[in-house]
Ligand binder design. Sequence first.
Ligand code: NAP
Length: 217
Amino acid sequence: MRVVIAGGHGKIALLLERVLAERGDHAVGLIRNPAQAADVRKAGAEAVVCDLEAASADEVAALLSGADAVVFAAGAGAGSGVGRKDSVDRGASVLMAGAAERAGVRRFVQISSMGAGQPPQPGRGEVWAAYIAAKTAAEDDLRSRDLDWTIVRPGGLTDAAATGRVRLAAPPVPRGTVSRADVAAVIAALLDQPGTRHQTLELTGGNSPVATAVRIT
Ligand SMILES: NC(=O)c1ccc[n+]([C@@H]2O[C@H](COP(=O)([O-])OP(=O)(O)OC[C@H]3O[C@@H](n4cnc5c(N)ncnc54)[C@H](OP(=O)(O)O)[C@@H]3O)[C@@H](O)[C@H]2O)c1
């Protein structure tokens, strides 16, 4: 399987690239900084430089040619402001989804966030509100498209080791945390589960082995 990962040097993306390489899949990590290419290659993936705040839909569609799936793992990240929440967390996802449609790549797994689809929690500030608005708009855009999409909303991310056990279900899942390593394992498993298409799933640490958790149809 050829899987193109938007935000190829992100923490989840690098973990996912390792999982995909270990099972014999070919991952392509899209990065905006060429200096990150070595890390992506070390994770077992191909690195392609593509700034998702600057590329055109045609350029991205060309990169997706021949792919079997797209994973949206990009994000403006901590420390970014309102503008980049919109240009990355919403805009880059819309760009990738449109390019996937053009390129005929039907499978699309989007990493969103718990809290999307609801009004932002009061008192968390304008950047949080912009983040939630951007994730919600990216989800809505994806649902409107003729793609085999799955939206994954992780809870708070940690850098703990993989546990191999999660809670993955339609909202609402009680708030909680989940390790990026477990998120990567879930995303890799979802790519093989077309029955999860057109589902929005929330994800935290839990008791179900990943292979069982993704068998949702
Ligand atoms: N933090 C949490 O608790 C939490 C909870 C739920 C969901 N999430 C979401 O989970 C996702 C992945 O999380 P993570 O921790 O793996 O994120 P991360 O380490 O911050 O990775 C995000 C990646 O996106 C890349 N990116 C940003 N702008 C880009 C652009 N214009 N073109 C190409 N790539 C670009 C970044 O590259 P640069 O190095 O070039 O900036 C970075 O490699 C994010 O969407 C995040 O919002 C986070």
